[in-house]
Design a protein around this ligand. Structure first.
Ligand code: SF4
Ligand code: SF4
Length: 376
């Protein structure tokens, strides 16, 4: 497989990009070291996962992707699928931009299934392998995989203070998905970087300095977060995050969550939160919201460094949003009143194959966040 590696790499890359992705990086998924998961286990021990107890399950699998396959995992594709970012919808109940289109789990899984089939056929054709010997596992929020950490390690982007991964050509508004396979494609890893594999892993593998490369001295997301959920170490306290409170939390909010939901942003949110993505200068060219027209960085010299960072980025892909992720036209008609009077049948019809179905109609009505005598 060492022959014509440039051409072969491009062919593999093209197969994944043809699925609608805007970038892909590949890494050999050796088990994570204890220090690499220390931030995650520390986050759990501080109970910042709120009631998402499932996040503390399957820790060995989170550490070793090989446990997700029958055979040893030899390559992990970290794949970026951008979604559009929109300004808030005034006083109407706001739905996070990523959730205005079709459910990314379904869309991406279907497309990556096809990509795996094409990859398998390509391997068969190129290396005279049986198309049935390859094992693929597609992960899209569906398996215990440390997806952001793998994206960092693979060199797909850099770590940001708001916990996201940012790439110079994509910003940070993208879904991450993975394909884990027993095919040894690890030599593709340095394809999109001018650095060696070792350099990329050392540089992007987390730690105190990694986000500074993307964020510099910017703290806009920390300042803008309504519940102050973004901690100075780049961890998110889900219990104070509107996204968690409106999507993952079941039943009545606890007092600290209730307080966040009483902020102006909380009072106008129906599902999810875009604030830390929208205020981020790394995304400024991908949104048309006037509140981002101030140029982003707080310090002019930081702006210059930021441009240098972007110029030096080696990810060549254009940010392309798949049509499935653009807003469904029928969502324009959603108002507080329409949610208030919505039946279960209407909810199922309106949010069929949408991320919004996760919270259920009861959750949406709770998220209206109003008392009997009050409307906004
Ligand atoms: S999604 Fe919203 S509430 Fe959550 S961390 Fe970002 S800005 Fe804060
Ligand atoms: S808003 Fe600033 S600090 Fe936050 S992720 Fe974006 S660049 Fe980093």
């Amino acid at each position: 497989m060492g022959r014509n590696t440039g051409r072969l790499r491009q062919e593999v890359r093209d197969i994944i990009l043809a699925a609608g992705a805007s970038d892909v990086s590949i890494i050999s998924p050796a088990p994570l070291k204890a220090e690499e998961i220390a931030d995650y286990t520390g986050w759990l021990s501080r109970e910042m996962n709120g009631e998402m107890m499932y996040l503390s399950n399957y820790l060995p699998l989170r550490q070793s992707p090989s446990l997700l396959l029958t055979e040893e995992a030899r390559s992990l594709f970290s794949i970026a699928f951008p979604f559009p970012l929109f300004p808030p919808n005034g006083k109407n109940p706001n739905i996070a931009s990523y959730a205005l289109g079709d459910d990314y789990h379904d869309v991406i899984r279907t497309r990556l299934r096809n990509a795996c089939k094409n990859l398998s056929e390509w391997l068969s054709k190129t290396f005279d392998m049986s198309p049935y010997v390859c094992e693929f596992r597609i992960c899209i929020d569906s398996a215990p995989v440390r997806e952001r950490l793998w994206a960092l390690k693979a060199g797909l982007g850099k770590r940001c203070r708001n916990g996201m991964i940012a790439s110079g050509s994509l910003g940070s508004a993208f879904f991450l998905a993975e394909i884990i396979t027993d095919i040894p494609l690890e030599y593709f890893i340095d394809q999109y970087s001018i650095e060696s594999n070792e350099d990329v892993n050392t540089k992007n593998g987390g730690g105190e300095t990694s986000w500074a490369e993307a964020c510099l001295r910017c703290t806009k997301c920390i300042d803008a977060c309504p519940g102050k959920a973004i901690k100075d170490n780049g961890l998110i306290d889900a219990r104070l995050c509107i996204s968690y409170l409106t999507i993952e939390h079941r039943g009545a909010w606890k007092p600290e969550g209730e307080k966040v939901m009483q902020t102006p942003a909380g009072r106008t949110t129906l599902f999810g939160c875009d604030i830390c993505l929208r205020v981020c200068p790394l995304n400024s060219e991908y949104i048309s919201d006037s509140c981002h027209s101030d140029g982003g960085m707080e310090n002019p010299s930081d702006n210059d460094k930021y441009k240098t960072y972007r110029k030096n980025e080696t990810f060549k892909d254009k940010r392309e949003v798949m049509p499935e992720f653009y807003p469904r036209p029928e969502y324009k008609g959603i108002t507080r009143e329409s949610i208030r009077s919505m039946s279960k049948e209407d909810f199922s019809r309106l949010f069929r194959k949408s991320p919004v179905k996760r919270t259920g109609l009861d959750g949406l009505k709770r998220n209206l966040n109003e008392t009997d005598s009050e409307t906004l």
